[in-house]
Design a binder for this molecule. Structure first.
Ligand code: TPP
Ligand code: MG
Length: 647
């Protein structure tokens, strides 16, 4: 790269020569002593009054931004390049920040979520103001309900012209108000490091995305600033009276059950702390819907996930609870609504809810004891305060019940090959008859389960085949299962597994998605095969339909299939090949097992990304929300004859 530095015209005059020298990327920032709290925009030619107590440095706004990123170790950014970020992206290579230039901002954001969920390290989303940023809305809200601390940088139209309805201008603060735990717009160039530092801090404290909105004419300014230091807040072990009350309640319980949510995964040592507590109490541990990695699947007290297509054992066991310890969870509706046509949530049980976020305690269920605190620390505190006899009442009966209930579910699951039709409907039966040679979703999942490495990171998507998978893979540690979460965006499985692999390159990763949802995200096939992008294995369930919604149509709209059919002519494996990746289509369990094993081997040994297109029959499992649907009424009736032609 040329050593010559091109300066903005305003800086090319003799009077500002000193500043021009500082602007050069080859010149180290000058230390200036100045009595300022945060910073100021440098006045050309004005000398500073020295003040020993302040250590202000002169630098550009983009240097300040990048230095704060460096202080915080934020070294991975996901997005699409645009002029509004170029002053900082220009510095990324020198700074050690890797910019993952994706095919779409929607999927870039989901990659960022996958990266941070799989590693626990914050990443950054960044895009062009206007249309780039609007593409971020869905992934940011997705990360919000996945409780992922992300740094969302939204360059904004310039202050000089904003409001004139110019180019790439949109209300970026209003747009994200409901999607982030904190947002702030930069008001003055000198405040860039202060604001960036605060936004990062808020994302950590809120365990959610936080947004910094920055008018693009804030870049390339020269400022005198003191870089702010981060403040690490110790997490709360919870109010001590409430912890003691929870310990007393659990000590007297006849059938205590622990329900682990995302907070257990996110808090350091959360899984271990819940394990110790469970062992002392001989309490079964259920996982919240889509947080299947919140407790080791091989542990004798592991009951599995609640919710749709989850573990019947978990649901039967929690139904018996007289005291539930809900640890690190907001008790989202999908973990408490009926499943398998049975209502399992024990409304009479006493409920202890522990969450780091006070706003979520008692929000969805009445609680007996609420504790605002870190899941691990609260669990440790409760364990310390338990009565010596805690868990003794009925202990061996309870242990037997857990064993028998789990064994019976394992047996039942192993024998479940097909999906049931509701009374009066016949879609599943017709699907089997139409394609008797094709695998059912459950037969495919059993093959997948056989081949998945025990340490794999797995992603999932919104769709019926992925939902059926709820009961199959289990995990021995946290940050292994990346599901789309409660915002429920189709298109999550592929980008999130790429993000996970970026963060955990030495771990095998396998992504899952239905054919429709994959279609939303498949433009990343064009991005992920490049040089330094890590290899992944992606499984696409090919049932030629938007299956999950089709099931709703079957149940409530008499098979009036509107918008549920996908293009049967598309060969996803061929698309992957056209993008320079490996693509295979499989249609038998043996092929699936062989190709999946070889794809994972290729991922780990030969840097190969493989897409496996799994041809399935069109059977459909449980719908997501029976509670939200009703049979339609016909009152006035609708006729095609009433359609007018537009003038
Ligand atoms: C972005 C987005 N659009 C639409 C939906 C509604 N939706 C939920 S599940 C689903 C069908 C998914 O179909 P597919 O990915 O093919 O999986 P399948 O159910 O067939 O296994 C749709 C359209 C959604 N959740 N997210
Ligand atoms: Mg489908």
């Amino acid at each position: 790269m040329s050593k010559m530095v091109l300066l903005p015209r305003a800086l090319r005059s003799g009077t500002v020569a000193r500043i021009a020298a500082v602007h050069s990327r080859h010149v180290a920032p000058t230390m200036v002593l100045a009595p300022r709290l945060f910073g100021s925009v440098a006045q050309p030619g004005v000398s500073k009054a020295p003040a020993a107590e302040s250590r202000t440095m002169r630098m550009t706004t983009e240097e300040a931004f990048v230095k704060v990123l460096q202080q915080r170790g934020i070294d991975n950014a996901f997005g699409i390049i645009g002029s509004a970020m170029m002053p900082i992206s220009d510095l990324f290579p020198a700074a050690g920040v890797k910019f993952w230039d994706c095919a779409h901002e929607y999927t870039a954001g989901l990659m960022s979520d996958g990266y941070t969920r799989a590693t626990g390290r914050m990443s950054m989303m960044i895009a062009q103001n206007g249309p780039g940023i609007t593409n971020f809305v869905t992934p940011v809200k997705t990360a919000y309900w996945n409780h992922t601390p992300l740094l969302v940088i939204t360059p904004q139209a310039a202050n000089k012209t904003i409001g004139q309805g110019g180019f790439q201008e949109v209300e970026q603060m209003a747009m994200f108000r409901d999607c982030v735990c904190y947002q702030e717009e930069v008001r003055d160039p000198s405040r860039i490091p202060e604001v960036l530092n605060r936004v990062i801090e808020k994302a950590i404290r809120g365990s959610a995305p936080a947004q910094m909105n920055i008018p693009r004419d804030m870049w390339t300014k020269i400022i005198d600033v003191e870089l702010p230091a981060g403040v690490t807040l110790e997490r709360s072990p919870g109010g001590q009276k409430s912890v003691a009350a929870a310990a007393a309640l659990l000590s007297g319980a006849r059938f205590p059950v622990i329900l682990n949510g995302a907070g257990v995964i996110l808090s350091e040592g959360g899984i271990e702390a819940s394990k110790k507590l469970a062992e002392k109490l001989s309490a079964p541990v259920c996982c919240n819907y889509q947080h299947n990695d919140a407790f080791p699947g091989s542990h004798p007290l592991s009951a599995g996930p609640l919710g749709y297509n989850g573990s019947k054992a978990a649901m039967e066991l929690i139904a018996k609870a007289d005291v539930i310890l809900a640890l690190g969870t907001r008790l989202n509706p999908f973990s408490t609504l009926p499943a398998y046509n049975t209502s399992y949530w024990p409304s009479q049980a006493k409920l202890i809810q522990v969450d780091i976020n006070e706003a979520r305690i008692g929000l969805t269920k009445p609680v007996s004891i609420g504790i605002q605190g870190d899941a691990a620390l609260v669990a440790e505190g409760i364990l310390e305060k338990l009565a010596p006899t805690a868990g003794d009442a009925d202990r061996s009966n309870r242990e037997d019940t857990i064993k028998v209930t789990k064994a019976s579910w394992v047996k039942e699951l192993a024998a479940m090959d097909h999906e049931l039709d509701d009374a009066g409907t016949s879609w599943n039966e017709r699907s089997r008859t139409r394609h008797p040679e094709r695998m059912s979703p459950r037969i495919a999942w059993r093959s997948i389960q056989k081949v998945l490495p025990s340490d794999a990171i797995v992603s999932s998507d919104i769709g019926n085949n992925c939902a059926i998978g709820n009961a199959y893979p289990s995990f021995e540690s946290g940050r292994k299962y990346l599901s789309p979460g409660l915002f429920g965006p189709c298109g999550y499985g592929f980008p999130s597994i790429i993000g996970a692999k970026v963060g955990q390159p030495d771990v095998p990763v396998v992504g899952f998605a239905g054919d429709g949802a994959f279609g939303i995200s498949m433009n990343e096939l064009t991005a992920c095969g490049r040089n330094d992008w890590p290899p992944v294995t992606m499984v696409v369930f090919r049932n030629f339909q938007w299956g999950a919604e089709k099931r709703n149509t079957t149940l409530w709209y008499s098979d009036n299939f509107v918008g549920t059919e996908l293009n049967v002519g598309v060969r996803y494996a061929e698309v992957a090949k056209a993008c320079g990746l490996k693509g295979v289509q499989v249609s038998t369990p043996a092929e699936l097992e062989q190709e999946l094993a070889s794809a994972i081997e290729g991922q780990m040994q030969r840097n190969e990304t493989t897409l496996i297109e799994v041809i399935l029959n069109q059977e459909l499992g449980e719908p997501f929300r029976r509670d939200a649907m009703t049979v339609p009424n016909v009152v006035a009736g609708i006729s095609g004859d009433d359609m007018h032609k537009q003038p």
